[in-house]
Design a protein around this ligand. Structure first.
Ligand code: M6R
Length: 368
């Protein structure tokens, strides 16, 4: 049932092109208009929204962080992203003009479930993004967008994450369509870019062997840092989470711009630093990222850079280079996370750990 793979996680990583494609099926309706079948919110309710609060845990929280960049950019609606376990304890400002979006692969995470119950008690509308039909979170929500990852067995979320990203982009575009903040042509163009993503993920997967080799060269690492900016920042956080969960290694993700505000003090000779480089199209972001990479390298870090095909400026600063397809910055997480998943899976495997059942973790966390 692992289709020849040693771990479910590895199998699920390779299922991602299909999972992304499946999550996009049937979203374009008559006249090319975006349609979300399960979405039970009236256009009126969407137009009246004042803000969106995304609540989730772990990997799903990082998908929410990416969603904030996309939703605010395309819809001009303010978005907050909050850990479900923190949400209701801080007396959040929520009312009927707030859309609370709960992201949960399993649909059974207790922290997230309690958070939506609180949101509903404050009269907020609740939309679930979920991979499990009929689970508690969608059942208790006003609306739902199902992801179509298929069952995810590995405790570490992989295809769950990619399909959550797809659902978040769809939600963002749908709100933009209803609110009229983006026009049909533009929405169509972005949908076209999304529909090209399964092919791009496939291209990244073709480099798996070289990522595995790189991972095996890091079995003695004591600590690994991840850097990103913009939508690449949550990717850095998610890459670090994968390594903690699976390889039991100290790993931390940072926004590259924060380096000089503290984390750079951690850098010492030989420290591996994985860097998610924004596309060159985002000139300033790209330049700032490069200078961050230069700074850690000047202090002895070994830089492993994920940068788009054709980016030659990165070459002098990368001890190791992993190429990504050319995609817009907002969609880059869909391809950039893939090498980080492969890296964590292979490193944990090389260390002799149980990749599918990491110590101390459960697939769904049903206690608060
Ligand atoms: O099922 P959920 O998406 O609600 O789960 C949330 C987290 O428990 C989950 O993403 C966890 O962080 C994973 N082990 C990450 O790989």
């Amino acid at each position: 049932e692992k289709d020849g793979h040693d771990w479910f996680m590895r199998k699920e990583i390779f299922e991602q092109p299909r999972a992304v494609a499946d999550s996009l099926i049937g979203r374009r309706g008559v006249g090319g208009l975006l349609q979300l079948d399960e979405m039970r919110l009236a256009d009126e309710e969407i137009r009246d929204l004042d803000k969106i609060i995304i609540i989730a845990c772990g990997t799903s929280f990082y998908a929410g962080m990416v969603a904030k960049y996309a939703i605010e950019h395309w819809t001009r609606t303010p978005v907050e992203v909050e850990l479900a376990s923190e949400f209701r304890y801080r007396d959040p400002i929520v009312d009927h003009t707030t859309l609370v979006v709960a992201i949960s692969q399993s649909g059974e995470t207790a922290d997230t479930l309690q958070a939506i119950r609180h949101a509903k008690s404050q009269r907020a509308k609740v939309l679930a993004i979920c991979n499990t039909n009929g689970s508690s979170i969608p059942r208790e929500s006003d609306a739902v967008i199902y992801t179509h990852a298929g069952p995810e067995i590995g405790v570490a979320s992989t295809k769950g994450f990619l399909t959550q990203l797809v659902a978040c982009y769809l939600l963002a575009l749908y709100v933009a369509q209803v609110k009229g903040t983006r026009y049909g042509d533009e929405i169509n163009e972005i949908m076209g870019q999304l529909e090209a993503m399964p092919g791009h993920v496939e291209t990244v997967l073709e480099q798996a062997e070289s990522v595995y080799e790189l991972a095996r060269a890091h079995v003695d690492a004591r600590s690994v840092l991840f850097l990103g900016r913009h939508a690449g920042y949550p990717v850095a956080l998610e890459g670090a989470l994968k390594l903690k969960e699976l390889a039991y290694l100290h790993a931390e993700g940072f926004a590259a711009g924060e380096l000089k505000h503290g984390p750079i003090a951690l850098v010492e000779d030989g420290l591996p630093v994985l860097c998610v480089v924004p596309p060159r199209g985002r000139d300033q972001l790209h330049g700032k990222m490069l200078s961050g990479i230069q700074e850690v390298r000047a202090r002895g870090a070994r830089t492993i850079c994920l940068a788009e095909e054709g980016d030659e400026k990165i070459v002098p600063y990368a001890d190791h280079l992993i190429r990504l397809p050319e995609v817009p910055v907002l969609l880059q997480p869909l391809v950039a996370i893939v090498p980080l998943q492969l890296f964590a899976c292979e490193l944990a495997s090389a260390l002799g750990h149980d990749v599918d059942q990491p110590r101390n973790l459960a697939k769904s966390v049903t206690v608060e």
